[in-house]
Design a protein around this ligand. Structure first.
Ligand SMILES: Nc1nc2c(c(=O)[nH]1)N[C@H]1C(S)=C(S)[C@@H](COP(=O)(O)OP(=O)(O)OC[C@H]3O[C@@H](n4cnc5c(N)ncnc54)[C@H](O)[C@@H]3O)O[C@H]1N2
Ligand code: MOO
Length: 403
């Protein structure tokens, strides 16, 4: 299978990828950021009664016509403590914001437009029209209305709406389970003694963080040596545990110790691609075994992060049921860039917003794919299409956000 273009690889990866079907009932406090698995219907009407929108007096609008005459204040209605009588002509009730409007009243006179005489009578100073400052019952929603549709990404506002509709818990899609395995005889965990010719396994941490930000949950498989039986054992366990995706880091290239392609082949995986025409991240594989997705990321630190940002994150977002978002957005170049070769280049770059609100992206000085210090300092990837001619500062370009 040959080198394929980024867009084609993306299309193959996403083909026939559906959100997970497993669901969980979660307390509302844990629902933000999750995807609704069913429509949420209002269990109640909001507000359940005609409510005052202001502090003042509930009265009959017709009693506020000039010349103003004194009205008798016959009681009080506060939020949570309604006035349970009815008001008649020439009467008013002291009322506060959120309190039920008493029967017989059809408007609220705000207290700034009212005077009280020494004997307690109310003298309106302004006329009001019927309905003024009253929130009718059901103005927000009525019982039975669909408040939130299945598939909604639950924003803080959506969570508040579900609460208002009378739901203490909510049914959401499960987070896709993503197994992450770092491979390589040279790898030791951070904090361990690092022997000669060993290095610290860093990429799994970055990849796991990306998976979680995309709505997935990580099954950390740790580090496997360059041994196909051990790697295959991790893959079998991921399958047995019902993982939605099995991600490897390293061993994706062509060296004698690069075993991932061999393991996937031995497991009769259906491969979507084995190499992508991009820099960094060319040795990137994807496929599936049944419903479990496979992603073989390259080992170089910036390569694995770039490949995971461009391919793994959108895959996990789709599995999680999140709405699709465009991969790139417009920016302008902050410095000149040379012509590009045949692979799409994703240059690590700093982005600033200029006075007009335009994003200006400037590539960082060193682009070697082993440099995590540079990757971590980048805000965006500056995308250079295959064979793009040299371009000058100020020309338009496309960027990918790193977050
Ligand atoms: N003859 C060729 N050699 C290479 C090619 C090629 O096309 N032909 N491609 C190069 C490119 S591009 C990349 S990227 C790398 C990727 O190769 P692998 O995926 O097989 O990665 P490894 O060889 O296992 O490791 C590369 C490098 O990254 C370090 N590494 C690996 N895992 C981790 C980790 N979890 N945390 C931190 N660092 C990690 C590893 O020690 C190596 O230094 O292949 C080129 N070679
Ligand atoms: O894809 Mo490799 O990432 O160019 O170093």
């Amino acid at each position: 299978m040959s080198l394929i273009a980024v867009e084609e690889a993306h299309r193959r990866l996403m083909a026939a990828t559906e959100p997970v079907r497993r669901t969980t009932l979660v307390p509302l406090r844990e629902a933000a950021g999750r995807i609704l698995a069913e429509d949420v219907l209002a269990k109640r009407t909001q507000p359940g009664f005609d409510a005052s929108a202001m502090d003042g007096y509930a009265l009959r609008a017709e009693d506020t016509r000039a010349p103003f005459r004194a009205l008798a204040v016959v009681g009080e209605s506060a939020a949570g403590r309604a006035f349970d009588g009815r008001i008649g002509p020439g009467e008013a009730v002291r009322i506060f914001t959120g309190a039920p409007v008493p029967e017989g009243a059809d408007a609220i006179l705000i207290q700034e437009d009212a005077e009280r005489s020494e004997d307690g009578a109310l003298i309106p100073q302004e006329g009001v029209s019927p309905g003024q400052h009253i929130r009718p019952a059901g103005v927000d929603f009525s019982a039975g209305t669909v408040l939130l549709a299945r598939g909604t990404l639950l924003s803080p506002g959506a969570v508040a709406l579900a609460a208002s509709g009378g739901h203490p818990e909510i049914l959401v899609l499960d987070r896709p389970k993503v197994a992450v395995l770092a491979t390589g005889d040279e790898l030791v965990p951070p904090g361990a003694d690092v022997g000669p010719s060993q290095i610290v396994a860093s990429n799994g941490y970055g990849v796991a963080a990306l998976v979680e930000a995309a709505g997935g949950t990580v099954v950390d498989c740790g580090i496997a040596p360059d041994d196909d039986a051990e790697i295959a054992g991790h893959l079998d366990r991921a399958l047995a545990e019902g993982c939605d995706c099995f991600v490897t880091i390293g061993g994706a290239s062509v060296g004698d110790h690069d075993l991932i392609g061999k393991v996937f082949e031995a497991k009769r995986a259906e491969m979507a691609f084995l190499k992508v025409a991009m820099r960094p991240g060319k040795p990137l594989m994807a496929g599936r075994i049944g419903d479990m997705r496979l992603v073989g990321l390259p080992g170089n630190p910036a390569s694995s992060m770039v490949a995971a940002t461009l391919f793994l994150a959108p895959l996990v977002e789709r599995l999680a049921g999140r709405p699709e978002r465009p991969m790139t957005r417009a920016a302008i170049l902050g410095s000149d860039v040379p012509e590009n070769g045949l692979r799409t280049d994703f240059m690590r770059a700093r982005a600033v917003v200029d006075a007009d609100g335009t994003i200006v992206a400037t590539p960082l000085p060193r682009q070697d794919s082993s440099l995590l210090s540079i990757y971590a300092a980048a805000d965006v990837l500056l995308m250079r299409p295959p064979h793009a001619p040299a371009a000058r500062a100020g020309e338009s370009c496309r960027i990918v956000d790193l977050s």
